[in-house]
Design a protein around this ligand. Structure first.
Ligand SMILES: Nc1ncnc2c1ncn2[C@@H]1O[C@H](COP(=O)(O)OP(=O)(O)OP(=O)(O)O)[C@@H](O)[C@H]1O
Ligand SMILES: [Mg+2]
Length: 229
């Protein structure tokens, strides 16, 4: 299996970057991969959450707070990079380093208004837009969701997955339990799908395919988009 480097980034705070980083790491670990977790956010939420997980995955999880180019040669199969809510040099380095950058977005204007700058930075790193797909978090039947969906389709942003809002995730954070083990099997499905899609996307990139938009688009998403119109 090829090595996977995935960063999770949005300049907007509180959109779910760390949650996605933790759950992707946990899925990779449960599937018997080793994970190098890179926590670039000084708040250290990712490291703290993984601190609890270290009790379960002592030998296969390594956590650090800086990203070096030499990490490309790390022994771990997965590198998960949680970025701070800004586009500083560390985040730009993460864009440059990662195969795929997951961009969680809430259905609000500020989640979406800064994406142009991020895509411009990605272009400088030679990354295709399709390597930075959005993940919609908490998109529902509200007017704000409708407006956000319209903006996303007008700007032709790739969308990898939709994640619902879960009641119990914050409780698990406060109790210090591994987050996604608190999710019932059905709630885990979108995260598992995202994980699988990242695998497929990196496989395709490694075999020389550049446009990977079709990896992100599946039937369920098409139906969800249709339902919103
Ligand atoms: N799918 C979800 N369902 C319910 N709550 C969620 C979900 N994703 C994230 N949250 C909650 O939203 C809050 C912010 O999430 P998180 O810390 O992952 O965002 P972030 O983008 O990493 O924030 P920051 O920019 O501050 O680093 C947390 O309390 C988290 O538990
Ligand atoms: Mg965070």
């Amino acid at each position: 299996m090829s090595k996977i480097a995935v960063a999770v980034l949005n300049r907007k705070g509180g959109v779910g970057k760390t949650t996605v980083s933790v759950i992707l790491s946990e899925i990779a670990l449960v599937r018997h991969n080793r994970v190098l977790a890179v926590d670039l956010d000084p708040s250290r939420n990712f490291s703290d959450a993984l601190g609890f997980m270290k009790n379960y995955f002592r030998n296969s999880l390594r956590v650090k707070s800086t990203l070096e180019d030499s990490d490309a040669d790390a022994p771990e199969e997965w590198i998960v990079i949680d970025c701070p809510p800004n586009l500083d040099d560390d985040s730009k380095h993460a864009i440059d380093f990662a195969d795929i950058v997951i961009v969680p977005v809430r259905p609000d204007f500020f989640s979406l208004s800064n994406l142009g700058i991020m895509y411009a930075a990605a272009k400088k790193s030679g990354k295709e837009k399709s390597q930075l797909p959005l993940v919609k978090v908490g998109y529902d039947s509200s007017v704000m969701t409708k407006i956000a969906n319209q903006l996303i389709s007008e700007r032709d942003y790739p969308v990898a997955e939709e994640l619902p809002l879960h009641k119990h995730i914050p409780y698990n954070i406060t109790s210090g339990r591994v987050w996604s083990t608190g999710l019932i099997a059905r709630s885990r499905q979108p995260y598992e799908r995202l994980y699988e899609k990242i695998l497929t996307a990196v496989d395709r990139l490694n075999s020389g395919v550049t446009g990977i938009n079709e990896v992100w688009t599946d039937r369920k998403e098409d139906e969800a988009e249709d339902a919103d119109i």
